[in-house]
Design a protein. Structure first.
Length: 450
């Protein structure tokens, strides 16, 4: 399994390998430190863009343009000059740059994000995790370009640019970073909560109700010290790692690395574990392996197997929890339908009772017409013919009239009942279709209800 594991870069520098395409095979993640722009109703960005180089920012806003047209016209190593990269790395001229800064190093991203947090006014710093392979053809290491410059082509701050690019394992991306390349973007404070113990001060207990400042104070270095370099940070954190016992180092290499990897990839890990558990496990193990190897690249060969097993168990738990949550949603929807059915059934009973109650008075009224009270109190002058029973013909006519009226009334009530039945059935069917459309798990809902 060791041969299949990604062989990570050292804590700082490239060790002589500067080609981006070659490094991606062993280091599949890029990290970008940034502060999200506040939403503005007057500016609309292309939804396919995660971030765009300053030079092209105005071109692809209000309204968004076709971002696919923003691509390099050839291999970056041939068309990009040392002067362009050096100008990008200089913060005083970065506003006209065609590039976006990223890094292969997760540790440098944490160190830089915390430095910006302490030195800047804005504290909503985030770290984006990017799929490096998806940027092939539009990304290069800064050292790839800087190293090819001749002495005459080197700007006056050339060595400063080389030092920064080498130390931070800098990668520059031409034009823009598509949203599809970004796996996750996590606030800095959420990352600090999950860092391995050798990045944190000892003797300060973890508190779930900690404030922002208490989180910052837990880190084992002083981010406000401007003279504290990234190289010094790497050496100090490595020393803290080796000061721990063998058992603690093993724990941090496994548990601490997985915890930080999942924190970097959240919520991508949870979503992908439910949809494609193999991919979720593979990418998380890759990142956890890089984190585990950062303080000590000489970890035992069995480490990769242990990481893979632990992440697989975690992904299974996440998937089962997701399925239970979906089942609960389906049960709730089924309960709503059951309640609707009860209401409709109650309405149908009331309609039947109303029809039965409405039918009796009609018959009684007809009987009263057949035997009027006038028969018991006729005046003395009433002719004898008025006391005689009606003739058969007239009786038949009255019976036919009564039957016709009763049939008409019954037909009218039947039509009303059928109309209401159709309306109720349509309501039920429409409700069911709506629930099926709204539910994210239509097949599960249908199987549950059938």
């Amino acid at each position: 399994m060791l041969d299949d594991a990604p062989r990570c870069l050292p804590r700082h520098g490239f060790e002589g390998e500067y080609d981006f395409d070659s490094l991606v095979d062993r280091n599949p993640f890029l990290f970008r430190v940034y502060t999200p722009k506040p939403a503005s109703p007057s500016i609309s960005y292309d939804p396919k863009i995660f971030c765009i180089a300053p030079k092209f920012d105005a071109k692809f806003t209000s309204p968004p343009s076709a971002v696919e047209s923003l691509s390099p016209i050839g291999p970056l190593t041939e068309i990009v000059t040392c002067e362009e990269v050096a100008r990008h790395l200089d913060w005083t001229t970065r506003s006209t740059s065609s590039f976006i800064s990223t890094s292969f190093s997760f540790a440098w991203a944490i160190w830089e994000a915390l430095r910006r947090y302490k030195s800047g006014v804005k504290h909503d710093v985030e770290i984006a995790v990017i799929d490096a392979a998806s940027l092939k053809g539009r990304a290069v290491t800064a050292m790839q370009i800087l190293r090819k410059a001749t002495i005459d082509e080197r700007p006056h701050h050339y060595w400063r640019s080389c030092h920064f690019s080498q130390e931070s394992q800098s990668v520059v991306v031409y034009g823009y970073i598509p949203l599809t390349s970004v796996m996750a973007s996590i606030p800095l404070l959420s990352i600090l909560e999950k860092m391995p113990s050798y990045f944190l001060r000892s003797g300060i207990p973890s508190n779930p109700s900690v404030t922002e400042m208490s989180l910052i104070n837990r880190v084992a270095w002083d981010p406000s010290n401007k003279k504290y370099t990234y190289r010094q940070f790497c050496e100090a954190m490595t020393d803290r790692y080796f000061e721990q016992s063998t058992e603690m180092r093993l724990k941090e290499s496994i548990v601490g690395s997985i915890r930080l990897a999942v924190a970097f990839l959240n919520p991508w890990f949870h979503k992908t574990a439910a949809d494609d558990i193999d991919r979720a496990v593979h990418k998380t193990v890759e990142l956890a392996s890089l984190i585990a190897a950062w303080p000590d690249p000489q970890d035992p060969a069995e480490m990769q197997d242990v990481l893979n097993g632990m992440v697989s168990l975690l992904a299974e738990e996440v998937r089962e929890k997701h399925q239970v949550s979906l089942l609960g949603e389906v049960v709730v929807l089924a309960g709503v339908i059951d309640e609707i059915e009860c209401v409709v059934s109650s309405l149908e009973d009331r309609i039947e009772q109303h029809e039965a109650a409405a039918g009796n008075p009609v018959v009684e009224t007809r009987l009263d017409d057949e035997f009027p009270e006038a028969l018991s109190s006729l005046p003395p002058s009433t002719p004898f013919s008025a006391l005689l029973p009606p003739s058969p013909e007239s009786s038949c006519q009255e019976i036919e009239s009564f039957t016709s009226d009763s049939s008409s009334s019954s037909t009218s009530r039947s039509m009303i009942a059928e109309t209401m039945s159709v309306a109720i059935t349509g309501f039920l069917f429409g409700t069911f279709l709506t629930l099926c459309v709204v539910s994210s798990q239509r097949r599960t809902l249908l199987m549950h209800l059938t």
